[in-house]
Design a protein around this ligand. Structure first.
Ligand code: SAH
Ligand code: SF4
Ligand code: F3S
Length: 439
């Protein structure tokens, strides 16, 4: 039996798909990269914006033909939209066989067995809980790996669906994390990315419930002491929990990548308050200033939402001003998307999509100009990159990641993949650099 898995959404979902693949393979199924050769199709879904949901609905719609040709085909939908919509998915698409949530991934092999002996379709969703087997996953890369350290989110930013579909924050025990990372390093992993919706609040639940004296910067320091671990990354940070300690820990430890993804969302205090972000523009700038002072080479990237309900011209101008002042290396920009059930879905929204798009394009134009200017500063300089694979297939163009998380393309050969190499930057585009391997 072959299964095919398609992942939507963030790195946490990518990791969950690695867990699903592991579980199914250890139950005797084989992964196929070709959807047409699969007996089981799994969609691991995202719900963060309406667009993600619409794309999913299009994709599930397309499966109807496949299912009518092959009635034995099993269609399984998991992840955040499954957790959000539950039985509604089965109502909208009666040919889905199994809907499973974000808290019961490890049940999937059991659900598949049950479905085969049943005629009904199954919707199995748990409302909370984490998984003892969080670190059982399929290794797609032999040199890098994701390591979730905290699951869920307690922040309830007013626009965001994530806390509703991922549950309350649950931190993984630090000993378990360290043991897991040590094992990964023994297996040849050079780079890990610590995952969490808000990694900076790591350990809070462990301290209050189990009296374990741990927080994110301590964990980071302990992980960075693991011998043989060349690079540590982490996403995502939240400005309200981003302590000075974290900055000093990054500074002091060579194997912690000098890159911080620090979502701003808006430059207006009024909007930040309505978003329930619990920091001001000034507090955000204070963090940026300390990073710039202590770790001048550190790149800073961000997420920004445009067109939040009630955002007026002045609020938007303040976002643009902050973007110009900080000069982010890169920014992920989004038009506000109304998510049913969130606090902001009740807010009065007087702007049309057209008006929001105009703002969005304005922000994009300014940020792209800054990204290009910042990239140009790197031309002529030498950097170490971890070679991740081919940038352009068939042309011996490799793709490497700089410490600052930028991607560079350069000529090389397959044997360089999975290694650290030095390159010199020779040219740049807005979203990637062009380099040359150093001898
Ligand atoms: N936990 C992370 C990531 C959350 S989702 C964090 O706190 O930053 C990634 C990004 O999607 C968010 O940073 C936000 O910019 C964007 N986003 C979340 N909900 C959104 C919505 N309803 N509309 C538009 N963008 C949204
Ligand atoms: Fe969503 Fe806010 Fe939690 Fe990030 S911190 S996942 S934006 S609620
Ligand atoms: Fe999407 Fe769920 Fe991640 S909503 S962004 S896949 S946590």
């Amino acid at each position: 039996m072959n299964f095919f898995i398609k992942t939507f959404g963030c790195q946490m979902n990518e990791y969950d798909s690695e867990r699903i693949s592991y579980l199914l393979e250890s139950n005797g199924y084989k992964e196929s990269a070709d959807i047409y050769k699969a007996n089981i199709i799994i969609f691991n879904t995202c719900a963060v914006r309406e667009k993600a949901k619409n794309r999913l609905y299009g994709n599930i719609g397309n499966l109807k033909k496949l299912k009518s040709k092959n009635p034995d085909l099993l269609i399984c939908v998991g992840g955040c939209t499954a957790q959000n919509l539950k039985e509604k998915l089965l109502k909208d698409f009666p040919y889905i066989d199994i809907v499973f949530g974000t808290h019961n991934i490890s049940e999937l092999p059991e659900l598949i067995k049950r479905k085969k002996s049943l005629n009904n379709n199954i919707c199995s969703i748990k409302e909370k809980g984490s998984d003892r087997f969080i670190y059982k996953f399929k290794r797609y890369s032999n040199f890098k790996a994701y390591v979730p350290i905290i699951i869920g989110c307690n922040n309830y930013c007013s626009y965001c669906i994530v806390p509703y579909v991922r549950g309350k924050e649950i931190s993984v025990h630090p000993d378990k994390i360290i043991k897991h990372v040590k094992k990964l390093v023994l297996d040849g992993v050079l780079e890990i990315t610590l995952l969490g919706q808000n990694v900076n609040s790591y350990g809070r639940d462990l301290t209050s419930n189990c009296k374990i004296n741990i927080n994110f910067s301590k964990l980071l320091k302990n992980i960075s002491g693991i011998r043989g671990l060349r690079r540590i990354r982490f996403i995502t940070s939240h400005p309200k929990d981003f302590s000075d300690d974290i900055i000093f820990t990054i500074k002091k430890n060579e194997n912690i990548a000098k890159h911080i993804h620090l979502p701003l969302q808006s430059g207006s205090d009024r909007i930040l308050k309505r978003m329930n972000r619990r920091y001001t523009a000034e507090q955000y700038l204070k963090i940026v200033k300390l990073i710039r002072k202590e770790i001048p080479k550190c790149s800073i990237t961000t997420d920004i939402i445009v067109g939040f309900p009630g955002e007026d011209e002045e609020d938007f101008r303040q976002t643009l001003n902050l973007v110009k002042e900080v000069r982010f290396d890169r920014a992920f920009t989004f038009i506000y998307s109304n998510r049913e059930g969130t606090e902001a879905s009740n807010f009065y929204d007087d702007k049309t999509l057209k008006e929001k798009k105009i703002r969005f394009l304005k922000l994009l134009e300014i940020q792209n100009k800054i990204s290009l200017e910042e990239n140009k500063k790197l031309i002529g300089k030498k950097f170490e990159v971890l070679v991740e694979g081919f940038g352009i297939k068939g042309k011996n163009i490799l793709k490497g990641r700089l410490e600052n998380n930028s991607i560079a393309n350069f000529k090389g050969s397959k044997k360089d993949i999975g290694k650290f190499k030095y390159i010199k930057i020779i040219d740049t585009k807005t979203f990637y650099l062009k380099g040359k391997l150093c001898k």
